[in-house]
Design a protein around this ligand. Structure first.
Ligand code: FHN
Length: 446
């Protein structure tokens, strides 16, 4: 049973689990991330010249889509316009676009068609913020006319993106700071978006609540609002949203989202660890890549994500299609994920012991398999503890081996299993301690 009451039209998001985030634009020419203009306080006219001359020679969205599919991604999100204001589609509302400048191409159309043809759900990213527009930062009070004109520009561009590119499944707003939902007119825009794309999912970066003036951003004004949007967007962190679906967006390098020359990279096992942590907590991972100025995915990104793709080919049932996260405490071995009557033990640390002990399991077990090798494993249950025997000494997987436990029915745990460390009723810890006694000297018979 899903933790949230998810409408059928959005089940794909909850079950696909793993998306590719593509940050690409003229900033890739500099090779120091997507925020270079702001972070290095560049002259915006100089930046604009570089941006207008930018003309990637290798960009091939079909190639991107094939790599992403092989890597096990199930949906994609592409930056149509980042904070620099450069538009990656044939917008009628400005000439600062890939269609009107050097490339003379509609990159959004090429991305949508290529990824849709490979079976991906299609996401578009759009930044409210545009560093070229002073009134975005001065706000409506400073110049009502200029504000209204920019608001119409933003709304008009989102309507273009949702009218001219077929079915769009998912929309990722970004760059809210310092505006609020009322100023952005985001709720009115959401209504229009749902008319244009009735099944679309829209994220939470719709503006701060002007009453709370909450600044819940994950960085340069993400503006994730707790009470707006169809899904939460914890950034660079894995924090389960209590009341709605959520997706953690993460960089695959150490820091920046846009292409970075000389980038340091997170290792494949660390990236897989983040994916498993998201799934075990009942959420998604949107993992980022910043293609270079010519439109190539960095080799280091492909190497790591194709390794994860190979792992997913064998172990994907432990990640895709899940309705809930871990049942009991498993941090000393790795992660648990649950799907129907099955529990998957994703083992981060292979200790080489012949048996694995899993406490607080109430439901009878039918079968246990080492998914990595498909070999059946012996098991026994006694006093709410499951013992799995016959484990190989050497780690059977290049990354994380997985043990699949098939229960007679949906697995259940007891009170201890339901509560988490240092939370809940401290008396449960006291009751556990009393089982030993109260004397602070050694009581164990040896
Ligand atoms: O400022 C942006 C940043 O460049 C990047 O696009 C991330 C991705 O979620 N969002 C903002 C920082 O929160």
């Amino acid at each position: 049973m899903d933790r949230f009451n998810i409408p059928q039209k959005w089940k794909w998001f909850y079950e696909d689990r793993y998306g590719i985030f593509i940050h690409w634009g003229p900033y890739s020419v500099y090779g120091r991330g997507e925020q270079i203009a702001f972070r290095e306080h560049l002259d915006l006219l100089e930046y604009e010249k570089i941006a207008c001359d930018w003309n990637p020679k290798d960009f091939d969205a079909k190639k991107w889509a094939k790599v992403a599919k092989e890597a096990g991604f199930k949906y994609a999100c592409f930056t149509t316009k980042h904070h620099d204001g450069y538009c990656m589609w044939d917008t009628k509302l400005t000439d600062y676009s890939s269609a009107k400048q050097a490339p003379k191409r509609d990159f959004v159309r090429e991305y949508v068609e290529a990824f849709r043809s490979e079976g991906f759900k299609i996401g578009l990213y759009y930044s409210w913020m545009d560093w070229r527009i002073p009134v975005y930062f001065e706000g409506p009070k400073a110049d009502k006319k200029a504000w209204e004109s920019y608001k119409q520009y933003m709304h008009g561009q989102v309507e273009e993106l949702l009218s001219n590119y077929g079915k769009i499944d998912y929309f990722f707003f970004d760059g809210v700071w310092p505006r609020n939902a009322e100023e952005l007119g985001s709720l009115q825009l959401v209504e229009k978006m749902r008319q244009l794309q009735p099944d679309i999912m829209i994220n939470d970066r719709l503006g701060y609540d002007k009453n709370k003036d909450e600044n819940t951003d994950g960085g340069m004004g993400a503006g994730g609002a707790a009470n707006l949007g169809d899904f939460g967007t914890p950034e660079r962190t894995v924090v389960a949203d209590e009341f709605r679906m959520w997706e953690s967006c993460q960089v695959s390098g150490w820091r920046l989202w846009g292409y970075t020359k000389g980038e340091r990279w997170l290792a494949a096992d660390k990236l897989l660890d983040i994916l498993c942590e998201c799934t075990s907590k009942g959420g998604n991972l949107l993992l980022n890549v910043g293609p270079d100025a010519d439109g190539n995915f960095p080799d280091e990104f492909m190497e790591r994500t194709l390794t994860i793709g190979a792992w997913l080919k064998k172990h994907g049932e432990a990640i895709y299609g899940h309705g809930s996260g871990e049942l009991t405490e498993f941090v000393t071995h790795g992660y648990q994920t649950i799907k129907g009557n099955n529990m998957y033990l994703i083992i981060r640390f292979w200790d080489g012991e012949p048996s694995l002990r899993l406490a607080d399991i109430l439901t009878p077990v039918k079968d246990v398999t080492l998914l990595t090798t498909s070999e059946k494993l012996k098991f026994r249950q006694k006093d709410e503890v499951l013992y799995i025997d016959g484990l190989p000494k050497k780690n059977p997987a290049e990354l994380f081996p997985v043990i699949k436990i098939e229960f007679e029915e949906k697995p259940e745990t007891n009170q201890w299993g339901r509560e988490r460390l240092w939370e809940g009723d401290p008396n449960r810890v006291a009751a556990w301690a009393k089982q030993r006694g109260t004397d602070n000297n050694v009581l164990a018979v040896r």
